[in-house]
Design a protein around this ligand. Structure first.
Ligand code: SF4
Length: 503
């Protein structure tokens, strides 16, 4: 709302008194982590609801509410809020919206203003918006995080990463259907029982909880078959959110892959370490850099704790230590590149290749310049140094068809399957000290058919999309030509009648 006196924009602020009877809606960016975060907030008296809606109407609501050049994650998040508000499920006078902000230099820091503007435009300017961030943005809101709550939120990231990692390593191999979901729910319950209002959780308890969670997943009976590991990297929202990436994880599993997704802690450490890098590169404040350096080392210790727990209690593959990830990217890109996901995106691709998951889907949202540079833009360099890398960049935007995205991923999977076969043949060769068995003609033909049909489907989709767009342009031009001709005729008529009048 514009204040006429001083030309400033004012907006409704979430007040302490609203806590009791307001419902706070949160877009579900990370399904595992946000469930835990939502529970912590509920324990602290906030009535929170995670938005898990899907469907085309969400992007449509976004397109109607913000400029169509806006980043796709913002368009979806805002569209999901508007869609929820207009669903009739919530009392609009008792609803607040919560949005996460990283505080980075790209448009992510402006999402909250875009959302407020969209609400104003749709006539909901009275709805308060809360910013969840650790960068001191938007201090007016009465959403305060005290120390026990901050620790609980931090541990929810560690537990969330652990549950996500173990689930991803169990699900493709489970013998009894949905055993992994059961294990996941049990793990949630253990964490939720730990989070109590005002409770300061000791690190000893946290470590015990790691062990309990790992034990639960250890009990999931699994097949010993070899699956193709496929890493997912990209902009934080489309990387994790099923709404943003058209349920990419589920799709990859349906085509026979084991999904490998780097944890949220990596992103947090990336944000923290950037302040240390700022000091080295630009001479930023010494005290700030030192504080962040201290926090970084503390986080690294906590990450090592999770890694040790996995190694000591199971045969699951632990995450890679963040300092190793950070070091691994040195020869590819400068640590000074830190807009969007910055150097971390490239680092995660390199890390995945070194960890044996060189088949990678790089998720790229529309409107995201930084991630196109450090994602798509780095693929060539990465492939030059790692010829075995099999990376596909997938664009996500309101006009992109799911079938087109899936066909491109299937193509990547065909290459991955062929590479896996070749790799296993070499292993057989070494083990038996005999001539490497040839890939059967039949299977080569099958692969070829797969590749050709995927490419054909992809070409057909592109042609259809182009044809639709050409048709639209022709229709628009025809309408505009018709209007111009009508204008000319009308002008001529009026000119003629003027001339007749004069004569
Ligand atoms: S990271 Fe990309 S998509 Fe996200 S806000 Fe920045 S520019 Fe937009």
């Amino acid at each position: 709302m514009k204040n006429a006196k001083n030309h400033e924009f004012t907006y409704p602020v979430f007040k302490k008194s609203m806590k009791k009877d307001y419902t706070i809606l949160i877009p579900n960016m990370l399904p595992v982590h946000f469930k835990l975060i939502g529970k912590i907030m509920q324990n602290y008296g906030y009535n929170v609801e995670l938005l898990e809606t899907t469907g085309n109407q969400i992007a449509d609501a976004g397109l109607k509410s913000v400029h169509n050049d806006t980043c796709y994650p913002a368009l979806l998040v805002i569209g999901q809020f508007i869609d929820a508000l207009e669903s009739g499920r919530y009392d609009k006078n008792k609803t607040a919206l919560m949005i996460t902000q990283t505080g980075g230099g790209c448009r992510a820091s402006n999402y909250i203003h875009l959302l407020r503007k969209a609400l104003e435009k749709r006539g909901y300017g009275y709805i308060p918006v809360i910013s969840l961030n650790f960068s001191g943005l938007d201090k007016k809101a009465s959403f305060k995080i005290n120390i026990p709550m901050a620790f609980q939120l931090f541990y929810s990231i560690l537990f969330g990463d652990l549950i996500m990692l173990l689930y991803n390593q169990c699900k493709p191999y489970e013998i009894i259907k949905n055993d992994s979901e059961k294990a996941e729910n049990e793990a949630f319950e253990i964490c939720n029982n730990l989070f109590k209002k005002g409770k300061m959780i000791s690190y000893k308890t946290v470590k015990n909880t790691y062990k309990k969670i790992i034990d639960i997943f250890n009990k999931v009976e699994r097949r010993t078959e070899v699956k193709i590991k496929v890493g997912i990297v990209g902009e934080i929202y489309v990387k994790y959110s099923p709404l943003g990436n058209n349920d990419l994880e589920e799709f990859l599993r349906s085509v026979g892959a084991e999904v490998v997704v780097p944890g949220l802690l990596d992103f947090c450490m990336y944000c923290v370490t950037n302040s240390v890098i700022d000091r080295k590169l630009y001479g930023k404040r010494f005290i700030k850099a030192n504080t962040y350096n201290f926090v970084y080392k503390w986080l690294l210790k906590k990450q090592s704790g999770v890694i040790s727990a996995i190694k000591e209690n199971s045969g699951f593959t632990p995450p890679v230590r963040f300092d190793v990830t950070m070091d691994g990217v040195k020869d590819y890109i400068s640590h000074g590149v830190k807009m969007g996901e910055g150097w971390l995106l490239t680092a995660e691709m390199v890390e995945l290749i070194h960890a044996g998951a060189g088949n990678i889907v790089c998720t790229q949202p529309f409107g995201c310049l930084p991630n196109h540079i450090i994602g798509k833009g780095m693929i060539r360099k990465i492939k030059e140094r790692n010829p075995e890398a099999n990376i596909v960049a997938i664009d996500y935007d309101p006009g992109a068809t799911k079938i087109n995205q899936e066909n491109r991923i299937k193509l990547m999977m065909s290459v991955a399957k062929r590479n896996l076969k070749d790799y296993r043949d070499i292993e057989i060769d070494i083990g038996a000290e005999t001539k490497s068995p040839e890939i059967s003609k039949e299977s080569k033909e099958k692969d070829l058919v797969n590749i050709i049909s995927s490419s054909a489907a992809s070409v057909i989709n592109s042609i259809e999309a182009s044809a639709a767009s050409v048709k639209n342009s022709i229709e628009t031009s025809a309408v505009s030509v018709k209007t111009s001709i009508e204008d000319i005729i009308n002008k001529n008529k009026s000119q003629k009648s003027k001339t007749e009048n004069i004569s």
